[in-house]
Design a protein around this ligand. Structure first.
Ligand SMILES: Nc1ncnc2c1ncn2[C@@H]1O[C@H](COP(=O)(O)OP(=O)(O)O)[C@@H](O)[C@H]1O
Ligand SMILES: [Mg+2]
Length: 134
């Protein structure tokens, strides 16, 4: 299992959008994705809850101190890619999360490239929008 953490100190910079797009892309490629939502706002988790049955992905909520255990559970459950969505303005949580990740991405890098969110795993934007990711 690989772990991707999406971290940016600024709110509204596209972290959650990137996280859910990547989760859908992963599923479209017949791989198991888990979204681990560390933001108390819970937008990524709620997005998944709002999906119709049969389209739901694995998603859990938690805080940074629980992340190691949540990642362990995901790995045990056969998840291929754990995507960690984080809250802004949380230096210690961000540092803890980055330490547990294989790859860290600041949303800012993606945000300036509008296609990057969808292309990251080889999905076309069309595929992602048709899958009702948003
Ligand atoms: N690549 C993009 N192009 C245009 N709007 C975007 C893009 N990524 C995100 N947004 C929009 O920006 C807003 C904030 O995105 P969000 O993912 O919730 O940010 P964050 O999780 O960092 O707070 C949302 O309304 C979202 O639809
Ligand atoms: Mg967010």
């Amino acid at each position: 299992m690989k772990t991707l953490a999406i971290i940016a100190q600024k709110g509204g910079s596209g972290k959650t959008t990137l996280a859910v797009h990547m989760a859908v892309c992963t599923a479209l490629h017949q791989r198991k994705a888990a979204v681990i939502d560390l933001d108390p706002q819970g937008n990524a988790y709620n997005w998944n809850e709002s999906r119709e049955n049969g389209r739901k992905l694995d998603a859990v909520r938690g805080n940074a101190t629980e992340l190691a255990a949540l990642l362990h559970q995901a790995e045990t459950a056969g998840i291929d890619l754990a995507i960690v969505d984080t809250a802004p303005h949380s230096n210690s949580d961000a540092a803890m999360t980055a330490q547990l990740a294989d790859l860290n991405r600041s949303a800012r890098h993606w945000y300036t490239h509008t296609d990057a969110q969808a292309q990251v795993l080889g999905c076309s934007r069309k595929q992602v929008y048709e899958s009702h990711a948003l």
